[in-house]
Design a binder for this molecule. Sequence first.
Ligand SMILES: [Zn+2]
Length: 191
Amino acid sequence: MAGYITVFTGEMFSGKSEALEAQVRTAVNRGAVTQVFYPEQAARASQRDIAHRLREPHPNLKLTPVPQADAEWLLRHVVPDADVVAIDEAQFFTPAIVSVLQQLRMRGLVIYVAGLDQDYRGNPFGPMGQILCIANQIHKLHARCARCGASEALFSQRVVALSDQIVIGDTIYQPVCEDCYHLAGAVSLAD
Ligand SMILES: [Zn+2]
């Protein structure tokens, strides 16, 4: 049977990981052997990550933190009887994640991916652009804008002044719409 790649993407707090988690729970409940991969470092920085939320032991569920978000390491650690693979925080993975996903799909695996599509400057985040290109199905999710509350958000605005692309933490971002992002001078705020 052919594999399939479904991607949940969008800004911070748009519900991507929750959507991934719902697919994992459904797969586990119908008896599929399901393996969840996530970057080890990102998980350590958050108490709200998918590994914490799925921590109840279940014989069909395997949670696998990935050192250095190394996609080739991930490929080597997919369990032989896996039916479903879920990958959270895909934006942090090394570029090889694109070919790894293609290889897993060729093996017939059902794959769910969650990841931020844009960094805090509004640029494509890591390998996410290419992951969206190779996906079978894409769900772009949105939070409500945290500033005006009226529009759907599009960007993850950094609310502290740090200019590295990768700064992990739930308290330093808010989801904002395009108007609020530019009104607030998001980039200059973050610089
Ligand atoms: Zn707004």
